[in-house]
Write a protein that binds this ligand. Structure first.
Ligand code: ZN
Length: 440
């Protein structure tokens, strides 16, 4: 049985808890842009949504890039000369420079220090570092631990492999009535960190799960692609589908306590920009709007000049503006279910507007219709009972010239889209308004 938006809205607090639980389940897995951690993550997501899993072999050309060798890791540690493990990958997978080549040797403190990464400005946090395209090895530790390291012979073990394999990504397509698509993209390639970007992964999983229960106009595509190389891979392999993408969002950093922030598409005035800004303005919360900049996440690829897709990014605190960013402090205390739920509700509002943002024509455009005479109030069964905003009626009748959409009318009037939509439905039911057809 098909659900509707109102039913999903009533479930949002519960969905917030479920997203949080899924995040906790995914947190311990050591992910990277390739490898078994990424596969395991996508397999867990497949319990919630029917993900299609793609494997793209090492060496495949994707535009100017090449799919790298696959990286996997079993264990890693540093032992002092007493045989004590002073750094242990099994305690935090951030301890290893992601994509480290295998190592097994004894070295001096001096040599060890040249392979250590710390964050002096956050002395208790383990930094997250990667070396995907340059062969290297290293460990990431807290700066406080670094300061206490003594002269010694250290045993270094990184039990990893870097071999021909493939890059894995997940995709879920929900077919709507029309071919035009809305794209949602996130990246499940970071190891144990929550806001960046398990928050985006669980948000899109649950959004997809619930959209799958609706009868939809647009088709929806959800991508779970490793950051940068995964988005490039998808675009490279799916160029003919790109023209169907009419709106889209990159979901990252959606579960922290900060205010919602919307980063506009490169186009800057796309419908998705108008919709996202409308939702934030009417949310009753503080918010921030920023222009597109070619730094950030996969919007860099979707909005590269050869594609220039209408894709923005609705986040909370935009990375790297939170001190926990790319450190062990980006954990399950920093991200909370209530913030995930709040962002979920905003994504859902955006979809609701996209699905319902039609243009209408006032069938009685010369002066205002005599509403009492048309039986409008009688037919809608009492405006107050149905919570029809009477002001919205005047705005719709005036601006339904076939040119202004319901979203335009919401923007001009300052009345929430949901109220505009409800009033428009009532006017249509009384034959005072009709949807503009493509011939009008
Ligand atoms: Zn990141």
């Amino acid at each position: 049985m098909k659900s509707n938006f109102e039913e999903i809205i009533t479930q949002i607090p519960k969905i917030g808890d479920e997203m949080y639980q899924l995040m906790i389940e995914l947190f311990p897995i050591c992910r990277s842009i390739t490898g078994n951690g990424l596969r395991k993550t996508l397999k867990i997501l497949s319990k919630h949504i029917p993900l299609e899993i793609h494997e793209v072999p090492t060496g495949t050309k994707v535009f100017d890039w090449t799919i790298p060798r696959e990286w996997n890791i079993n264990d890693a540690y540093i032992k002092n000369s007493k045989g004590e493990k002073i750094v242990d990958f099994k305690k935090s997978n951030l301890h290893v420079l992601n994509y480290s080549v295998p190592v097994n040797k004894k070295i001096s403190l001096k040599e060890l220090k040249s392979h250590l990464f710390t964050l002096p400005e956050h002395p208790n946090a383990i930094p997250y570092r990667t070396s995907y395209y340059k062969e290297d090895w290293g460990f990431c530790i807290t700066h406080n631990q670094f300061l206490h390291l003594k002269e010694d012979q250290y045993e270094i073990v990184i039990d990893s492999s870097l071999e021909d394999g493939s890059l894995t990504y997940g995709e879920y397509y929900i077919k709507g009535k029309k071919e035009d698509e809305v794209l949602f993209s996130c990246y499940p390639c970071h190891p144990s960190m929550c806001n960046d970007n398990l928050s985006g992964v669980v948000l899109l999983t649950f959004l997809a799960k619930h959209l799958g229960t609706l009868s939809l106009d647009y088709s929806y595509r959800f991508l779970f692609v490793p950051e940068t190389i995964g988005a490039i891979t998808w675009l490279s392999k799916n160029e003919p589908k790109v023209k169907k993408i009419k709106h889209g969002l990159v979901a990252t950093c959606v579960g922290d306590p900060g205010i919602s922030s919307y980063k506009k598409s490169r186009q800057g005035n796309a419908i998705i920009d108008q919709v996202a800004i409308n939702v934030l303005k009417n949310s009753g919360n503080n918010y921030k709007i920023t222009d597109f900049v070619p730094i950030g996440s996969d919007e860099r690829q979707y909005c590269s000049p050869g594609f220039n897709l209408p894709i923005g990014s609705l986040q909370r605190t935009i990375a790297p503006d939170f001190p926990e960013y790319h450190t062990s402090a980006d954990d399950a205390n920093f991200v909370q279910g209530k913030y995930l739920a709040d962002t979920f509700s905003k994504y859902l509002s955006i979809i609701y507007i996209l699905e319902n943002n039609k243009k209408y024509v006032n069938l009685n455009p010369k002066c205002e219709p005599h509403l009492a005479k048309t039986g409008f109030y009688r037919m809608i069964g009492g405006a107050r009972k149905l919570m029809i905003n009477e002001l919205a009626i005047l705005w719709i009748l005036n601006y339904s010239d076939g040119k202004h959409s319901l979203l335009d009318i919401s923007d001009i009037s300052g009345i929430k889209f949901e109220q505009i939509k409800k009033a428009a439905d009532a006017l249509v039911n009384c034959n005072l308004l009709k949807e503009r057809s493509i011939n009008d």
